[in-house]
Design a protein. Sequence first.
Length: 314
Amino acid sequence: MTSRHLIALAILLSVCPIQAQDNPYVVVLGIAQDGGVPQAGNEFEDGDSTNTRRVVSLGLVDPVSGERWLFEATPDFPEQLRHLDRISPRDDNPGLDGIFLTHAHIGHYTGLMFLGHEVIGASGIPVHAMPRMADFLRRNGPWSQLVAFENILLREMTDGESVILNERISVTPLHVPHRQEFSEVVGFRIEGPNQSVLFIPDIDSWEEWDTLTGSGRVANGRIDNEIALVDVAYLDATFYANGEIPGRDMSGFPHPFITHSMDRFAVLPDAEKAKVRFIHLNHTNPALWPDSEARRTIEANGFQVAEEGEIVHL
């Protein structure tokens, strides 16, 4: 074996260590804001379909049990389910052991429609949701029909209380401040036998979260503490900076700019910064593109942008 082959093997093992092959894993199925990329009415000038980005979603797979879960049911549900089928095939349809929802904004739950009798006609898919979110689905059509026909089975969660999926995996909902017109908003801590992932696709601001208490939380350094508890943190990065949308003052937008998040996390040790992977990027966000100045700035400061298809072993 040549030195070049040895180097290649070393890199492969560092990314996918042999002992991790049977571990549960999280796979990124989408990184875009609710409208995807490009958004409706904003097609790419050159029609280049390789620049499309799917709406934010994670998959969770246990290769030993064959179980699969989705985090968010997005408008890109069909393609994201096919992605799961490619990496972890199942004979049943849709082959899901549950779906976890963060809140009732269009990019995060409307994919449930594909479980209805017009498409899959699913039976008894557990949908984990906070109480207001579950009540919203029960009381409003067409989602109420999914409940009535038992295409989905609602499983209400409690802030800060873990949902045990099997002997190796648990998921904990974490209430976060964000627009709550129809439901609460949560992020999730996903824990496996060796590693854990934080998933917060939407939040108004880190500072507002700092002030929240409850479920044993501390009032100071909230997001910093959560990052310290996990190995990878997928965090809201809807917009890069004010001025991104021409002609609009974005200072009141209910999301932390990436530039602000980088300032907030600048005091963290390098190892903590390396955990942060920005996700839920709006179609206007220049950080979407690997060759952008925004992406270079993010990486120079020790952070990363999530990429569709990346896997984190738990």
